[in-house]
Design a protein around this ligand. Structure first.
Ligand SMILES: CC(C)(COP(=O)(O)OP(=O)(O)OC[C@H]1O[C@@H](n2cnc3c(N)ncnc32)[C@H](O)[C@@H]1OP(=O)(O)O)[C@@H](O)C(=O)NCCC(=O)NCCS
Length: 193
């Protein structure tokens, strides 16, 4: 490869590394980093507070690799992990209200990692089961499964699995009441809630 071309590649790689905030987690190839940057642009549009339909937010998150079922609502400001969006699964009929944060990775800074050990950098799946309602400003931490039809109250931080048909609230989210399982003969329509 000519010297100028390798100089150009190195500069491009360095720029991509800077733009791709989480490059450290991902493969260091230029392609992976460009994908990371593109994924962040899609996320930025999907999070918009402009009046765009939920279906567009869903389509953009799917394009980033998030697995999303049918009739899912995503509110404005929903942030789905940048490092591994593909580890998030949102089943049919779920609703994630505005400013919900879903995380699949943890990566302490390097000096702390030396103290805590290599396992302190981790990636874990998040599953939001069918019909769950994650209300405004909640944070879902890596490794959590939220059960079918569960309700997560506003502002909660969920750091453990939540069973089906319960209300959970607080920081960290604690179980509240139960409600009867919903029988769904037909699915409700998509649209802004
Ligand atoms: C979860 C929610 C639906 C429950 O509503 P509700 O059934 O009317 O419940 P209540 O307000 O009667 O509260 C029941 C208990 O849960 C507690 N609680 C309710 N929301 C809470 C929250 N966000 N954090 C902590 N505790 C909460 C109440 O303090 C109450 O506790 P108490 O019995 O000890 O007094 C509601 O609190 C909520 O979070 N709504 C979010 C709405 C939203 O995000 N809308 C926008 C998108 S669609």
């Amino acid at each position: 490869m000519p010297a100028t071309s390798s100089w150009f590649s190195r500069r491009l790689l360095a720029l991509a590394q800077r733009l791709n905030g989480s490059a450290v987690f991902e493969s260091q190839t230029l392609g992976a980093m460009l994908w990371g940057i593109w994924s962040r642009i899609l996320q930025w549009v999907a999070m918009s507070f402009l009046p765009i339909p939920s279906g567009v937010r869903v389509a953009l998150q799917r394009a980033r690799g998030v697995r999303i079922g049918k009739n899912v609502f995503l509110g404005p400001g929903c942030w789905i992990d940048n490092a591994r969006p593909d580890l998030v699964e949102i089943e049919d009929d779920c609703s994630l209200a505005g400013r919900v944060t879903v995380l699949t990775h943890a990566s302490p800074p390097a000096p702390l990692r030396e103290i805590l050990g290599p396992d302190s950098r981790s990636f874990k799946k998040v599953t939001i089961k069918r019909g769950a309602w994650v209300t405004v400003n909640c944070t879902i931490l890596p490794g959590v499964t939220i059960g079918e039809n569960a309700i997560i109250a506003a502002g909660s931080v969920v750091n453990h699995d939540i069973p089906a048909n319960v209300v959970a609230a607080g920081v960290p989210a604690r179980l509240g009441g139960r409600h009867e399982p919903v029988v769904r003969p037909t699915q409700h329509s998509t649209g802004d809630r």
